[in-house]
Each structure stands twice: as C-alpha cells, then as structure tokens.
Design a protein around this ligand. Structure first.
Ligand SMILES: [Zn+2]
Length: 363
C-alpha cells in the first residue's frame, strides 16, 4: 500500500499486550533501518517499540502485510462484488484457487472490522429485518443470511442461521436428507430465533428504542420477546405484498436483489456456491462495505452511498481508501458471534474439520 514514507508515523504499537497502550503520554518508538521486498513498496521502514521491544514496519499497518501478492487485493475486491467465482479470478491472475480463497478471507476479515468500527452504535432510523435464503456445501444444507437494513439502505449487520432442507423433495432426496441428518445432526429447531436475537442485540444496545419491519416469520416476535431491555416496535408486512419501493420491506428486498446480483455464490443453480457458511459470511462482509460506503443509494440518481447520507463518512469511499489502513481486531473489541466469525469458527455441519484463523501476528 503506497504511503508517504517521510511524513508517516506509526500511530500505536501493534503489539496488543504492550504497556504503551495503558501508559499516559506519547508512545515512544525508534526507527530501525529498512528491508527490501520484491513487490511494492520495495523499501520498507522498520521500527522498534521502546516499551515492549517489538519490531515492526510500515507494512504492519497495511492490509497487505505479509502478502506475496499485495497487488491483488484491490482487483479482488471488485471481482468479489461483481459475481466472479474464485476459480475464475484465479484463472485471470494466474494463481491457484487457494491463494484467491485466502486473500478473499483476509479481505472479508478486514471488511468485518472496517464496518464494525464505522457503524452507528444506536441506529437512528427504522430498520428492516430479513432472511436471505441460500445454502452451503450442497442444497441439503440451506441457511438464512439475516440482514438488518435501515430505511437509508445502510446495512447495519448480518449473521447466519442454519435451516433444515424443506420444500418438495423426491423420495430419494428425502432418504438422502435422513441419511445426512443421521450422520451430521440437524440444525437446531430454534436456530433462526437464536440468530435474530444475537443480531438485534448486537445492533440495538440495551435501553435503546427501535422500530423494526419484517415479514410474518414466526421466529422474529419470539426473538424480540427475549430482548426485554430494548423497546422494539415490531411491524409486519406479508411477503406476498408486491415488492415495490412503497413496500415497507423495500430496503431489505433491494439488499437481497443486489446481494444475489453481485455474488457468484448466491446465484440460482450455480456451481460457485459457498462450500462453507463461513466463506459466505466473509463475502457478505465485503458486499456490506461496498453497499454502505461505496455504492449509490439509487443507481439511477447516482446519489451518495448510505453512509454519506447518514453522516458517517464525508464522501463516497474508494477501494483504495477502504484498504489504506489495516484494522486490528483487538482495537475493535470483537465479542460473541462476531469474534467467532472473524476467526472463521462458524462450523459447517457436513465437514468434520473446518480450518479456523489462528495466526499469531497476521491475525
Ligand atoms: Zn510496544
């Protein structure tokens, strides 16, 4: 990531356990020479923390730290919201598909933190709650991507709830479902209620007030009933109502439309579906950052993105601005489901072992 090397100063010690975070007064560091790299920036300034003796460099503060292909992050961002599959991207750049997958995961983690740092702590507008139906691994493992969207079209948050495969099935498909469920267990019958409770409690803090529109899903009022310390006014609209801009659920309907339009993993009859729910969540985080901070509210009017409309950013952000500074998870204070999602701990029932994100320095 290009920076002005002379004027740039490290803003804090990148060691989360360093004393300098608690000590009053300015943080002390010293310059400690340079190292050279094969990719730009080729000459990288090194530093040393005077409090904890940790060495670091300008690259420690870039989202491209430790990447062999730092040039890939920006084009990858665009392709992931423009409906490319991972293997298609890999072919274009002459990479293995696992490299694209790892860089996608890193972008997803960055976008999770980027959005978490910027989102309003108390939403000041009516919200729409909706479950976006998709699947992981195979059509036998559907899940809902629950979205909480504002009237401004700003996406406040999301999470996922596993579901049992339902709908019309041939006898052979029913047998296969029974066999798979016997082997891997079945999703919790209250998974949607649990997930919605988590999502709403994360976005609307205790003591706050909110108006939430949704369809007539029976799990939603059950979830709100669990959140007695929030004053939630729940209004329902039948999902059979025509999906025009006048429909109170329009912000969610539009989000669903854009999400399916831009994400290869959510297309109907695709072979680019997410093999893990975790992968879909990382991609959703990238999509949320694009939707909130880059994409116009209306495609026809070419107006400002939702975040500018809400006064969260002064102007539309570019990918370069979004990827300028590395976000550190310990500075955003991730907790609960969000911490699990960041560390890739959202399991996929069908897979016995799911790789989690546990790097020490590049966390
Ligand atoms: Zn330090």
């Amino acid at each position: 990531m290009p920076r002005a090397p002379r004027s740039w100063q490290p803003p804090f010690c990148p060691n989360p356990t360093c004393d300098s975070h608690a000590l009053p007064g300015p943080w002390r560091f010293k310059k400690k020479g340079f190292y050279t790299r094969l990719r730009g920036p080729r000459k990288v300034q090194r530093y040393n923390c005077r409090s904890c003796d940790r060495n670091f460099s300008t690259q420690t503060f870039s989202p491209t730290y430790w990447l062999k292909r730092p040039d890939l992050q920006k084009p990858l961002f665009w392709r992931l919201i423009s409906c490319s599959g991972l293997r298609q991207i890999a072919r274009e750049f002459g990479l293995s598909h696992s490299t694209v997958q790892r860089q996608t995961e890193r972008l997803g983690r960055h976008c999770l933190l980027f959005h978490e740092a910027l989102r309003p702590r108390v939403p000041a507008e009516p919200l729409v709650l909706d479950g976006f139906r998709t699947f992981e691994h195979s059509q036998y493992w559907p899940f809902d991507l629950n979205l909480l969207v504002g009237r401004s079209f700003y996406v406040y948050g999301f999470n996922a709830a596993e579901l049992r495969r339902s709908g019309t099935m041939r006898p052979a498909q029913q047998d296969k479902r029974e066999r798979l469920e016997a082997e891997h267990g079945r999703p919790h019958p209250r998974a949607t209620r649990r997930a919605v409770t988590e999502l709403v409690s994360r976005i609307i803090p205790a003591g706050a007030e909110a108006v939430i529109d949704s369809d007539e899903h029976t799990a939603y009022p059950e979830a709100f009933a669990q959140l007695r310390d929030r004053r939630i006014t729940h209004r329902t609209t039948s999902s059979k109502e025509s999906r025009t801009p006048r429909n109170p659920l329009f912000p969610a309907n539009l989000s669903d439309l854009l999400l399916r339009h831009g994400s290869a993993n959510h297309k109907r009859e695709t072979i680019a579906f997410s093999k893990r729910r975790q992968g879909a969540l990382y991609r959703a985080a990238i999509w949320v950052v694009w939707r909130n901070y880059m994409k116009s509210r209306s495609e026809n009017r070419r107006d400002d993105p939702p975040a500018v409309f809400l006064g969260l950013t002064p102007k539309r952000l570019s990918v370069r601005e979004i990827l300028r500074d590395r976000c550190f998870p310990w500075r955003v204070e991730l907790q609960g489901w969000l911490a699990d999602c960041y560390a890739a701990r959202i399991p996929t029932r069908r897979l016995a072992r799911c790789r989690t994100h546990e790097l020490r320095y590049a966390f």
